[in-house]
Design a protein around this ligand. Structure first.
Ligand code: ATP
Length: 340
């Protein structure tokens, strides 16, 4: 297995993206070397900079490089964020958007002991954008829910739950949208007797419960629109946007990126928090470990996660968004030194 190489398309992004990626690369290179991961990084151009240079935020030569890559590691993109991520999700049918939300010991937040994952269906629902004006004053949009996509995402959520606390909360509103959300709810019910505890929750109750008792959740699975909203809510529970990672997973290609945006307000000041990007790298390692069955990836993921947590528990080199006064370079340097 040690001889396998993986090609990672590295999209540095805009705003704080390039500085976060630059500060994180020594950490990733050390893990690549120490655990013989066989990673090769290829820079690809997309986002606001690509729009300026080529008139297209996702130019053809970038798509050609992405095609050759095994996975995509992406920094935050600025104004053109949606013009990059939405076509990529569609093109590669990255059907599962996975967003863990957890509290980090040592980091002040309103909550303690939160450890949940939101699994959002990524390809259909109202975000398909099938909408039109019926008259000048009336518009309609189609909520598209299929049995195939619902079963696929529910089964994916089950797989994740089996590696965790074995509980899936299926979020929908099937009491009102009896046919569309009803189909999704039916897919969830297929989980009964499959080795995980399955509970159903209406989306309004889920939004309330997330801020009332987030500790009660393990894996939440839901449709595209509800997942978009609930995952932003959940990322706030952890205390800072600067720590929330995410994955977009598909059969053929997967993409890993921080939840936060380009944060132009702090770009160039050297104070951005690298945690969300580095925890996205942890998710990428875990994914590569799954598809390659190479245990070194799991070891590298555990090492990186532990190094990040160690820096939070010592509290010495934290960036301002998480209550410290360290620079991005100081925090990344401490994470590097904490690798074992
Ligand atoms: P988008 O629309 O792309 O989500 P946004 O401006 O609404 O962009 P973000 O760019 O994610 O949201 O950032 C919101 C605020 O959170 C920023 O202004 C910044 O102060 C803070 N922030 C986000 N990411 C980080 C980070 N990695 N480190 C420190 N602060 C951050």
């Amino acid at each position: 297995m040690g001889d396998l190489t993986f090609r990672i398309a590295l999209l540095r992004g805009d705003g704080i993206g390039p500085e976060i990626v630059e500060a994180s690369l020594p950490i990733i290179s050390k893990l690549n070397h120490d655990y013989s991961l066989g990673l090769e990084f290829v820079d690809v151009d997309a986002g606001d900079g690509a729009l300026r240079r080529y008139g297209d935020p996702l130019p053809q030569h970038t798509m050609t490089e992405l095609e050759k890559a095994d996975v995509i590691l992406k920094g935050p993109v600025g104004e053109t964020a949606k013009d990059v991520i939405v076509p990529l999700r569609q093109h590669y049918d990255m059907y599962a958007n996975v967003r863990p939300a957890f509290t980090i010991p040592g980091l002040k937040s309103k909550f303690e002991g939160v450890d949940l994952v939101i699994v959002r269906e990524n390809t259909e629902d109202l975000y398909r954008g099938v909408e039109q004006l019926v008259t000048d004053d009336v518009a309609v949009g189609l909520k598209i829910i299929s049995r195939r996509a619902s079963e696929r995402i529910v089964n994916f959520a089950k797989t994740i739950a089996l590696t965790r606390r074995k509980k899936v909360t299926c979020v929908h509103k099937a009491n009102v949208m009896k046919i569309t959300d009803g189909l999704f709810a039916a897919a969830c019910r297929s989980l009964k007797g499959s080795g995980v505890e399955m509970e159903e929750m209406y989306v309004d109750a889920a939004a309330a419960n997330l801020v009332r008792r987030p500790q009660a959740f393990d894996v939440i699975v839901t449709t595209n629109v509800y997942g978009d909203i609930l995952s932003d809510e959940a990322s706030q529970i952890a205390g800072s946007l600067g720590i929330a990672p995410s994955a977009n997973l598909g059969e053929r290609k997967s993409l890993f990126e921080p939840v936060h945006g380009a944060a132009f307000d702090i770009a160039g000041r050297g104070i951005a928090n690298p945690t969300a990007f580095l925890l996205s790298v942890v998710m990428m390692f875990e994914h590569l470990g799954t598809i390659s069955s190479n245990k070194n990836f799991v070891a590298a993921a555990n090492s990186l996660r532990a190094a990040v947590l160690k820096v939070y528990s010592s509290g010495r080199n934290l960036t301002p968004d998480v209550g410290g006064s360290a620079s991005l370079k100081e925090m990344a340097g401490d994470i590097y030194q904490s690798l074992v």
